[in-house]
Design a protein around this ligand. Structure first.
Ligand code: ADP
Length: 534
């Protein structure tokens, strides 16, 4: 055997390397630190975080996804948890705090197993088995529901937005009802009897000013724009709407052309020619029967004048996304060349009207051909409030969509976690060996959720857990903690704390995946940070 006395360098100079248990410990520590931050935000009695970004902008929220997104996490393992929260948010739009907190708990329990010299591979296998079994059990205990039952939808929305500061009282009630009305309007029935919609189908338009109580649901599309010309009508009934994505302007040449004008007559002729072209455009539009023009590009002042003379209401520089929403809502077609505009391209709405909203004006397109078009016009004193209202509405819409897609629910308030822990311990005993310990650790990690909820309600977490275990072992699978009143109840569904099944299954899946990914890492190789030029 040859002996190599010269060290072989495979990494760049300055690269840092941490291997084996040290690497694992460092990663677990970082991920747990992040979970620790989110812990106190869990549930309706969870506290808010104030986040200040590098520009000094402030966000106050207890929305898990928002917190981790804004936190500018540096450590790679903690970043993995941020990804979990983002994935959870993208897939089901709820349960982000729970996912991060649960992943943190899984890692905390894994650490204890590592101390007992249990190999990470065994822990990973145990956790994966436990996850699969947990999902199976959840399917079994979930309650089938009617996804169009308004009362039930209300319960689910309440549970989802209870933790937001605007999710309570009369305002919370108003927002919840609005989200339900919007969702019921846009939802489409699928062949298997379930329903579905896209969160985007509900347009959320924020307008600073007024109070949250002024927030309203509009059956149609609201544009944050004014009618372009004072001579135009402010209100058009039986609106036939041209959706145009070309400028109503005479195109300026790309190269600078120099024109020598030698007499005033020539200037006039020149301007007359421009006006003639614009008039032709307007005539062409008017000939189709349109009485409303919504334009994605600009509208020349002269064109505005001609439009006004014809009694046409026009709006310019409308966002592309709004143009597409209008297309869907009014049944019209966006045309890119006025020459091609035909009567059948026009959309229809019962009413297009400019209304004053606070100090501004907005254009409302109501009673659209497609009755599924809705907008929630959010009002609030400042951007912070507007954003939190938007997040709460999105949360509400997400849970609604979740339960419409998979019409099965679970009790909230830690009930499913305690039930799962109980059944997983029985399952662990059947598996035996070292994996049994990992499955039991998984069960213990699940129980962290009711314990944290108890803590936010100022209760003794262990005492609460003991009571819940007792009740569940007596077969009361809905026993949970009512954090509003700070007490253990035998049936949490009676106080309307319920969640869609897919949120919980997703929390368990994504948290387990994150924890096992971190447990698989035994080597951290980090390049030396790029040095800034002094
Ligand atoms: P996430 O981002 O994970 O959705 P939340 O802060 O919304 O976090 O908290 C959700 C948790 O709070 C769930 O476990 C849910 O069951 C629980 N919860 C919500 N309302 C109540 C309530 N009134 N009593 C007890 N638990 C509740």
């Amino acid at each position: 055997m040859a002996l190599y006395s010269v060290p072989v360098l495979i990494l760049k100079e300055g690269t840092q390397r941490t291997i084996g248990r040290d690497a694992l410990r460092a990663n677990i520590m970082a991920a747990r630190a992040l979970a620790e931050v989110l812990k106190t935000s869990l549930g309706p009695r969870g506290l808010d975080k104030m986040l200040v970004d590098s520009f000094g902008d402030i966000t106050v929220t207890n929305d898990g996804a928002t917190i981790v997104k804004e936190m500018e996490v540096q450590h790679p393992a903690a970043k993995l948890l941020v990804e979990v929260a983002k994935a959870q948010d993208a897939e089901v739009g709820d349960g982000t705090t729970s996912a991060v907190v649960f992943a943190g708990a899984l890692l905390e329990k894994a650490e204890e197993l590592l101390e007992q010299n249990i190999h990470p591979t065994i822990i990973i296998e145990g956790y994966t088995k436990a996850m699969k079994e947990a999902i199976r059990i959840l399917e079994e205990i979930a309650i089938k529901v009617d996804p169009m039952d308004r009362g039930l939808l209300r319960k689910i929305v309440d549970t989802a937005i209870a933790s937001k500061y605007i999710g309570k009282g009369a305002i919370g009630e108003k927002l919840a009802n609005m989200a339900i009305d919007a969702a019921l309007t846009v939802a489409e029935r699928r062949p298997d009897g379930t329903y579905d919609f896209r969160i985007d189908d509900v347009k959320i338009e924020k307008k600073k000013g007024g109070s949250i109580a002024d927030t309203q649901l509009v059956y149609g599309i609201v544009l944050d724009k004014e009618v372009v010309h004072p001579g135009m009508p402010r209100r058009v009934e039986n609106a036939k709407i041209a959706l145009i994505d070309a400028p109503l302007e005479v195109e300026k040449p790309e190269i600078t052309a120099k024109i020598n004008i030698t007499s005033p007559d020539l200037i006039k002729a020149f301007l007359d020619e421009e006006a003639k072209l614009l008039k032709e455009m307007v005539d062409k539009i008017a000939d189709t029967g349109a009485n409303v023009v919504i334009c994605q590009k600009g509208i020349d002042e002269v064109a505005q004048h001609f439009l006004a003379k014809k009694g046409i209401l026009a709006v310019r520089r409308v966002k592309r996304s709004d143009m597409e929403k209008l297309e869907k809502a009014t049944g019209g077609k966006i045309v890119s060349s006025i020459r091609d505009l035909k009567p059948e391209d026009l959309g229809y709405a019962e009413l297009v009207e400019e209304r004053r909203v606070g100090n501004d004006k907005m254009v409302f397109v109501e009673g659209c051909k497609n009755p599924k078009a809705v907008t929630i016009l959010v009002r609030g004193a400042n951007d912070m409030v507007l954003d939190e209202v938007e997040r709460s509405l999105k949360d509400a819409l997400n849970v609604l969509r979740n339960v419409m897609r998979v019409p099965k629910i679970l009790p909230g308030g830690g009930a499913p976690e305690v039930e799962l822990a109980l059944r997983l311990r029985e399952f662990a005993a059947k598996i035996g060996g070292k994996e049994q310990l990992a499955i039991e650790a998984f069960a213990a990690a699940l129980e962290e959720i009711p314990m944290i909820l108890a803590e936010t309600a100022g209760q003794d977490p262990l005492e609460v857990l003991m009571k819940l275990r007792q009740l569940h072992s007596e077969g009361k699978i809905n026993a949970g903690i009512d954090v509003i009143n700070g007490k253990v109840v035998e049936d949490i569904t009676k106080i309307n704390v319920v969640e869609p099944l897919i949120v919980k299954t997703n929390v368990i899946k994504s948290a387990t995946e994150a924890a096992t990914t971190i447990l698989k890492i035994d080597d951290i190789i980090s390049a030396s940070p790029l040095k800034k030029e002094e």
